[in-house]
Design a protein around this ligand. Structure first.
Ligand code: NAD
Ligand code: AKB
Length: 320
Protein backbone atom coordinates (compact mmCIF):
# COMPACT_ATOMS: atom_id res chain seq x y z
CA UNK A 1 0.00 0.00 0.00
CA UNK A 2 1.24 3.53 -0.82
CA UNK A 3 1.91 6.34 1.62
CA UNK A 4 0.43 9.83 2.07
CA UNK A 5 2.74 12.80 1.50
CA UNK A 6 1.93 16.11 3.24
CA UNK A 7 3.79 19.19 1.96
CA UNK A 8 3.99 22.29 4.17
CA UNK A 9 3.52 19.90 7.09
CA UNK A 10 4.96 22.22 9.74
CA UNK A 11 2.34 24.90 9.08
CA UNK A 12 -0.95 25.66 10.82
CA UNK A 13 -2.96 22.99 8.99
CA UNK A 14 -0.17 20.52 8.24
CA UNK A 15 0.91 20.13 11.85
CA UNK A 16 -2.65 19.04 12.73
CA UNK A 17 -3.44 17.09 9.57
CA UNK A 18 -0.34 14.91 9.92
CA UNK A 19 -1.38 13.95 13.47
CA UNK A 20 -4.94 13.20 12.36
CA UNK A 21 -3.90 11.14 9.32
CA UNK A 22 -1.34 9.20 11.40
CA UNK A 23 -4.03 8.40 13.96
CA UNK A 24 -6.10 6.96 11.09
CA UNK A 25 -3.50 5.10 8.98
CA UNK A 26 -0.53 4.68 11.33
CA UNK A 27 2.68 6.71 11.72
CA UNK A 28 4.61 5.11 8.88
CA UNK A 29 1.77 5.70 6.41
CA UNK A 30 2.31 9.48 6.36
CA UNK A 31 5.43 11.30 5.15
CA UNK A 32 5.54 14.84 6.58
CA UNK A 33 7.59 17.37 4.60
CA UNK A 34 8.36 21.07 4.70
CA UNK A 35 10.95 23.49 3.33
CA UNK A 36 11.80 24.19 6.97
CA UNK A 37 13.54 21.63 9.10
CA UNK A 38 14.90 19.16 9.74
CA UNK A 39 12.70 18.51 12.76
CA UNK A 40 12.31 15.67 15.19
CA UNK A 41 8.67 14.58 15.14
CA UNK A 42 7.13 12.61 18.00
CA UNK A 43 6.91 9.74 15.54
CA UNK A 44 6.85 9.04 11.81
CA UNK A 45 8.88 10.17 8.83
CA UNK A 46 9.88 13.80 8.16
CA UNK A 47 11.62 14.90 4.95
CA UNK A 48 12.95 18.39 4.33
CA UNK A 49 11.49 19.24 0.92
CA UNK A 50 11.14 22.43 -1.12
CA UNK A 51 8.18 21.99 -3.48
CA UNK A 52 9.99 24.23 -5.97
CA UNK A 53 12.58 21.45 -6.35
CA UNK A 54 10.68 19.19 -8.73
CA UNK A 55 13.36 16.48 -8.83
CA UNK A 56 13.49 16.28 -5.04
CA UNK A 57 9.68 16.06 -4.94
CA UNK A 58 9.76 13.31 -7.56
CA UNK A 59 12.40 11.47 -5.52
CA UNK A 60 10.30 11.57 -2.35
CA UNK A 61 7.20 10.33 -4.20
CA UNK A 62 9.21 7.45 -5.71
CA UNK A 63 11.19 6.50 -2.62
CA UNK A 64 8.16 6.46 -0.31
CA UNK A 65 5.73 4.98 -2.83
CA UNK A 66 3.40 7.94 -2.36
CA UNK A 67 -0.15 7.46 -3.62
CA UNK A 68 -1.88 10.46 -2.01
CA UNK A 69 -0.63 14.04 -1.61
CA UNK A 70 -2.05 16.74 0.66
CA UNK A 71 -0.31 19.78 -0.78
CA UNK A 72 -0.28 22.49 1.92
CA UNK A 73 2.95 24.37 1.14
CA UNK A 74 1.98 27.97 0.35
CA UNK A 75 2.48 31.65 1.12
CA UNK A 76 -0.63 33.11 2.78
CA UNK A 77 -2.42 36.36 1.98
CA UNK A 78 -0.68 39.04 4.07
CA UNK A 79 2.77 37.48 3.60
CA UNK A 80 2.03 37.18 -0.14
CA UNK A 81 1.30 40.91 -0.46
CA UNK A 82 4.72 41.58 1.09
CA UNK A 83 6.44 39.17 -1.34
CA UNK A 84 4.25 38.71 -4.45
CA UNK A 85 6.98 37.11 -6.60
CA UNK A 86 7.72 34.48 -3.98
CA UNK A 87 3.99 33.88 -3.49
CA UNK A 88 3.49 33.32 -7.22
CA UNK A 89 6.43 30.92 -7.34
CA UNK A 90 5.48 28.82 -4.32
CA UNK A 91 1.69 28.87 -4.84
CA UNK A 92 1.80 28.34 -8.61
CA UNK A 93 5.10 26.66 -9.60
CA UNK A 94 5.18 24.57 -6.41
CA UNK A 95 1.60 23.39 -6.97
CA UNK A 96 2.20 22.67 -10.65
CA UNK A 97 5.23 20.57 -9.65
CA UNK A 98 2.92 18.55 -7.40
CA UNK A 99 0.38 18.03 -10.20
CA UNK A 100 3.06 17.10 -12.75
CA UNK A 101 4.76 14.60 -10.44
CA UNK A 102 1.33 13.18 -9.53
CA UNK A 103 0.55 12.71 -13.20
CA UNK A 104 3.90 11.12 -14.05
CA UNK A 105 4.06 8.82 -11.01
CA UNK A 106 0.38 7.80 -11.07
CA UNK A 107 -0.42 9.29 -7.65
CA UNK A 108 -4.07 8.39 -7.10
CA UNK A 109 -5.33 11.50 -5.26
CA UNK A 110 -4.14 15.06 -4.63
CA UNK A 111 -5.65 17.63 -2.24
CA UNK A 112 -4.87 21.29 -2.96
CA UNK A 113 -6.76 23.70 -0.70
CA UNK A 114 -8.27 26.88 -2.00
CA UNK A 115 -9.61 29.69 0.20
CA UNK A 116 -12.25 32.38 0.66
CA UNK A 117 -9.45 34.42 -0.93
CA UNK A 118 -10.41 32.99 -4.32
CA UNK A 119 -13.26 35.50 -4.33
CA UNK A 120 -12.94 39.26 -4.77
CA UNK A 121 -14.69 42.60 -4.45
CA UNK A 122 -17.18 41.88 -7.25
CA UNK A 123 -18.29 38.55 -5.70
CA UNK A 124 -21.53 38.51 -3.64
CA UNK A 125 -20.27 38.64 -0.03
CA UNK A 126 -23.30 37.02 1.62
CA UNK A 127 -24.22 33.40 0.92
CA UNK A 128 -21.43 33.45 -1.65
CA UNK A 129 -22.53 30.91 -4.28
CA UNK A 130 -20.42 27.87 -5.19
CA UNK A 131 -20.21 29.06 -8.78
CA UNK A 132 -19.94 32.82 -9.06
CA UNK A 133 -17.70 35.75 -10.07
CA UNK A 134 -14.08 35.18 -9.02
CA UNK A 135 -11.93 38.25 -9.60
CA UNK A 136 -9.67 38.55 -6.53
CA UNK A 137 -7.39 41.58 -6.41
CA UNK A 138 -4.65 40.23 -4.11
CA UNK A 139 -1.85 37.95 -5.32
CA UNK A 140 -2.74 35.12 -2.92
CA UNK A 141 -6.33 34.96 -4.23
CA UNK A 142 -5.15 35.15 -7.82
CA UNK A 143 -2.98 32.05 -7.27
CA UNK A 144 -5.88 30.30 -5.53
CA UNK A 145 -8.28 30.79 -8.47
CA UNK A 146 -5.60 29.72 -10.92
CA UNK A 147 -4.90 26.52 -8.98
CA UNK A 148 -8.62 25.71 -8.70
CA UNK A 149 -8.70 25.81 -12.50
CA UNK A 150 -5.44 23.87 -12.88
CA UNK A 151 -6.75 21.16 -10.54
CA UNK A 152 -9.83 20.76 -12.73
CA UNK A 153 -7.67 20.85 -15.85
CA UNK A 154 -5.37 18.07 -14.61
CA UNK A 155 -8.43 15.96 -13.77
CA UNK A 156 -10.19 16.49 -17.11
CA UNK A 157 -7.08 16.28 -19.28
CA UNK A 158 -4.82 13.77 -17.49
CA UNK A 159 -7.10 11.97 -15.02
CA UNK A 160 -5.22 13.25 -11.95
CA UNK A 161 -7.85 13.10 -9.18
CA UNK A 162 -7.17 16.52 -7.66
CA UNK A 163 -9.69 17.84 -5.11
CA UNK A 164 -9.97 20.91 -2.92
CA UNK A 165 -12.12 22.99 -0.61
CA UNK A 166 -12.26 26.74 -0.18
CA UNK A 167 -11.29 26.99 3.46
CA UNK A 168 -12.58 29.95 5.47
CA UNK A 169 -10.14 31.57 7.96
CA UNK A 170 -9.01 28.78 10.27
CA UNK A 171 -8.77 29.04 14.04
CA UNK A 172 -6.53 26.61 15.95
CA UNK A 173 -4.27 26.34 19.01
CA UNK A 174 -1.38 24.00 18.15
CA UNK A 175 0.68 26.02 15.63
CA UNK A 176 0.78 29.78 15.00
CA UNK A 177 -0.83 30.89 11.73
CA UNK A 178 1.49 31.57 8.81
CA UNK A 179 0.82 35.20 7.82
CA UNK A 180 -2.82 35.45 6.78
CA UNK A 181 -5.50 38.13 7.04
CA UNK A 182 -7.65 36.04 9.39
CA UNK A 183 -4.84 35.49 11.94
CA UNK A 184 -6.31 38.18 14.23
CA UNK A 185 -8.78 35.63 15.59
CA UNK A 186 -5.98 33.46 16.99
CA UNK A 187 -3.99 36.51 18.16
CA UNK A 188 -7.01 37.56 20.26
CA UNK A 189 -7.09 34.26 22.16
CA UNK A 190 -3.34 34.44 22.76
CA UNK A 191 -3.56 37.99 24.14
CA UNK A 192 -6.61 37.18 26.29
CA UNK A 193 -4.91 34.15 27.86
CA UNK A 194 -1.73 36.17 28.53
CA UNK A 195 -3.78 38.87 30.23
CA UNK A 196 -2.70 41.39 27.59
CA UNK A 197 -4.77 43.90 25.57
CA UNK A 198 -4.96 43.34 21.81
CA UNK A 199 -4.94 45.86 18.97
CA UNK A 200 -6.80 44.37 16.02
CA UNK A 201 -5.65 45.32 12.51
CA UNK A 202 -9.23 44.97 11.15
CA UNK A 203 -12.21 47.16 11.99
CA UNK A 204 -14.56 45.76 14.67
CA UNK A 205 -17.37 45.04 12.20
CA UNK A 206 -15.33 43.31 9.46
CA UNK A 207 -17.22 40.07 8.81
CA UNK A 208 -15.40 36.97 7.54
CA UNK A 209 -16.22 33.31 7.15
CA UNK A 210 -14.31 31.30 9.80
CA UNK A 211 -13.93 27.68 10.88
CA UNK A 212 -12.37 25.70 13.75
CA UNK A 213 -9.48 23.40 12.80
CA UNK A 214 -11.20 20.04 13.64
CA UNK A 215 -13.83 20.91 11.02
CA UNK A 216 -11.15 21.86 8.48
CA UNK A 217 -9.49 18.45 8.94
CA UNK A 218 -12.89 16.79 8.65
CA UNK A 219 -13.52 18.66 5.39
CA UNK A 220 -10.16 17.76 3.83
CA UNK A 221 -10.26 14.09 4.78
CA UNK A 222 -14.00 13.82 4.04
CA UNK A 223 -13.65 15.20 0.52
CA UNK A 224 -10.69 12.91 -0.21
CA UNK A 225 -12.77 9.90 0.88
CA UNK A 226 -15.80 10.92 -1.21
CA UNK A 227 -17.02 8.76 -4.07
CA UNK A 228 -15.61 10.33 -7.23
CA UNK A 229 -18.80 9.54 -9.16
CA UNK A 230 -20.86 11.73 -6.78
CA UNK A 231 -18.69 14.82 -7.35
CA UNK A 232 -20.00 17.38 -9.81
CA UNK A 233 -17.45 19.91 -8.55
CA UNK A 234 -13.89 18.97 -7.59
CA UNK A 235 -11.66 22.07 -7.18
CA UNK A 236 -12.97 23.69 -5.08
CA UNK A 237 -15.94 23.30 -2.74
CA UNK A 238 -17.23 26.10 -0.54
CA UNK A 239 -17.19 24.88 3.09
CA UNK A 240 -18.52 27.15 5.81
CA UNK A 241 -18.96 27.11 9.60
CA UNK A 242 -19.66 30.58 11.12
CA UNK A 243 -19.41 34.25 10.15
CA UNK A 244 -17.29 36.24 12.57
CA UNK A 245 -16.40 39.88 13.24
CA UNK A 246 -13.58 40.98 15.56
CA UNK A 247 -16.04 42.62 17.97
CA UNK A 248 -18.20 39.48 18.11
CA UNK A 249 -15.17 37.29 18.86
CA UNK A 250 -13.90 39.72 21.53
CA UNK A 251 -17.34 39.57 23.19
CA UNK A 252 -17.41 35.77 23.04
CA UNK A 253 -13.94 35.61 24.64
CA UNK A 254 -14.97 38.14 27.33
CA UNK A 255 -17.75 35.77 28.48
CA UNK A 256 -14.90 33.59 29.82
CA UNK A 257 -12.11 36.19 30.25
CA UNK A 258 -14.00 39.34 31.38
CA UNK A 259 -10.80 41.44 31.64
CA UNK A 260 -9.94 41.00 27.93
CA UNK A 261 -9.55 44.37 26.25
CA UNK A 262 -9.48 44.87 22.47
CA UNK A 263 -8.79 48.01 20.48
CA UNK A 264 -9.12 48.47 16.73
CA UNK A 265 -6.66 50.11 14.39
CA UNK A 266 -7.47 49.05 10.87
CA UNK A 267 -4.42 48.45 8.66
CA UNK A 268 -4.80 49.26 4.96
CA UNK A 269 -3.56 46.09 3.25
CA UNK A 270 -5.23 43.49 5.44
CA UNK A 271 -8.43 45.55 5.77
CA UNK A 272 -8.60 45.81 1.98
CA UNK A 273 -8.16 42.07 1.59
CA UNK A 274 -10.72 41.25 4.30
CA UNK A 275 -13.30 43.61 2.80
CA UNK A 276 -13.10 41.69 -0.49
CA UNK A 277 -13.66 38.23 1.09
CA UNK A 278 -17.03 36.54 1.80
CA UNK A 279 -18.94 36.99 5.04
CA UNK A 280 -20.29 33.49 4.65
CA UNK A 281 -20.22 31.00 1.79
CA UNK A 282 -23.10 28.85 0.59
CA UNK A 283 -21.78 25.31 1.02
CA UNK A 284 -24.83 23.44 -0.32
CA UNK A 285 -22.79 21.74 -3.04
CA UNK A 286 -20.37 20.22 -0.49
CA UNK A 287 -23.30 19.11 1.69
CA UNK A 288 -25.11 17.50 -1.25
CA UNK A 289 -22.18 15.97 -3.13
CA UNK A 290 -20.17 14.47 -0.24
CA UNK A 291 -22.13 15.01 2.98
CA UNK A 292 -20.15 17.95 4.43
CA UNK A 293 -21.37 19.37 7.76
CA UNK A 294 -19.35 21.28 10.39
CA UNK A 295 -19.42 20.25 14.07
CA UNK A 296 -18.32 23.50 15.74
CA UNK A 297 -20.22 26.76 16.06
CA UNK A 298 -18.65 29.96 17.42
CA UNK A 299 -19.31 29.28 21.10
CA UNK A 300 -18.11 25.65 20.99
CA UNK A 301 -14.92 26.83 19.27
CA UNK A 302 -14.30 29.54 21.91
CA UNK A 303 -14.72 27.11 24.81
CA UNK A 304 -12.40 24.53 23.20
CA UNK A 305 -9.74 27.12 22.27
CA UNK A 306 -9.64 28.53 25.81
CA UNK A 307 -9.30 25.03 27.23
CA UNK A 308 -6.59 23.73 24.82
CA UNK A 309 -4.50 26.78 23.84
CA UNK A 310 -2.79 27.29 27.26
CA UNK A 311 -0.67 24.15 26.75
CA UNK A 312 0.75 25.62 23.51
CA UNK A 313 0.90 29.32 24.41
CA UNK A 314 4.71 29.53 24.47
CA UNK A 315 4.78 28.71 20.73
CA UNK A 316 2.93 31.94 19.86
CA UNK A 317 4.68 35.27 19.26
CA UNK A 318 3.66 38.32 21.21
CA UNK A 319 1.81 41.14 19.39
CA UNK A 320 2.46 44.00 21.88
P1 NAD B 1 1.10 27.95 6.83
O1 NAD B 1 1.69 29.22 6.33
O2 NAD B 1 0.81 27.82 8.27
O3 NAD B 1 2.02 26.73 6.40
C1 NAD B 1 2.57 26.63 5.12
C2 NAD B 1 3.82 25.79 5.23
O4 NAD B 1 4.40 25.74 3.93
C3 NAD B 1 4.88 26.38 6.18
O5 NAD B 1 5.24 25.44 7.16
C4 NAD B 1 6.05 26.72 5.25
O6 NAD B 1 7.32 26.48 5.84
C5 NAD B 1 5.80 25.77 4.09
N1 NAD B 1 6.41 26.21 2.83
C6 NAD B 1 6.53 27.46 2.33
N2 NAD B 1 7.19 27.45 1.18
C7 NAD B 1 7.49 26.15 0.92
C8 NAD B 1 8.19 25.50 -0.12
N3 NAD B 1 8.73 26.18 -1.14
N4 NAD B 1 8.30 24.16 -0.08
C9 NAD B 1 7.77 23.46 0.97
N5 NAD B 1 7.14 24.02 1.99
C10 NAD B 1 6.99 25.36 1.98
O7 NAD B 1 -0.21 27.69 5.97
P2 NAD B 1 -1.51 26.86 6.39
O8 NAD B 1 -2.39 27.80 7.11
O9 NAD B 1 -1.14 25.58 7.01
O10 NAD B 1 -2.17 26.65 4.95
C11 NAD B 1 -2.01 25.46 4.21
C12 NAD B 1 -2.84 25.58 2.94
O11 NAD B 1 -4.20 25.85 3.27
C13 NAD B 1 -2.39 26.74 2.02
O12 NAD B 1 -2.60 26.36 0.68
C14 NAD B 1 -3.35 27.84 2.38
O13 NAD B 1 -3.51 28.75 1.33
C15 NAD B 1 -4.62 27.05 2.64
N6 NAD B 1 -5.56 27.78 3.47
C16 NAD B 1 -5.28 28.07 4.77
C17 NAD B 1 -6.19 28.78 5.54
C18 NAD B 1 -5.93 29.12 6.97
O14 NAD B 1 -6.72 29.88 7.57
N7 NAD B 1 -4.88 28.58 7.60
C19 NAD B 1 -7.40 29.20 4.96
C20 NAD B 1 -7.64 28.94 3.63
C21 NAD B 1 -6.72 28.20 2.89
C1 AKB C 1 -5.39 34.01 5.04
O1 AKB C 1 -5.92 34.85 5.78
O2 AKB C 1 -4.54 34.27 4.17
C2 AKB C 1 -5.85 32.59 5.19
C3 AKB C 1 -6.96 32.30 4.23
C4 AKB C 1 -8.35 32.63 4.62
O3 AKB C 1 -6.74 31.83 3.15
N1 AKB C 1 -6.19 32.36 6.54
Amino acid sequence: MGTILVTGALGQIGSELVRELRSQVGSDGVVASDVRGPVELESGIFVQLDVLDRDALDGVVREHNVDTIYHLAAILSAAAERAPDLAWKVNMDGSLNVLQVAKERGVSKVFIPSSIAAFGPSTPLDDTPQDTIQRPNAIYGITKVAMELMGDYYFEKFGVDCRGVRFPGLISYRTPPGGGTTDYAIDMFVAALRGQPYTCYLSPTTSLDMMYMPDALKAAIGLMAADSKQLKHRNSFNVSAFALTPERLAEAIRVHVPSFHCEYKSEKVRQGIADSWPNNMDDTAAREEWGWKPDYDLNMMVVDMLEKLPAFLDRFPSHD
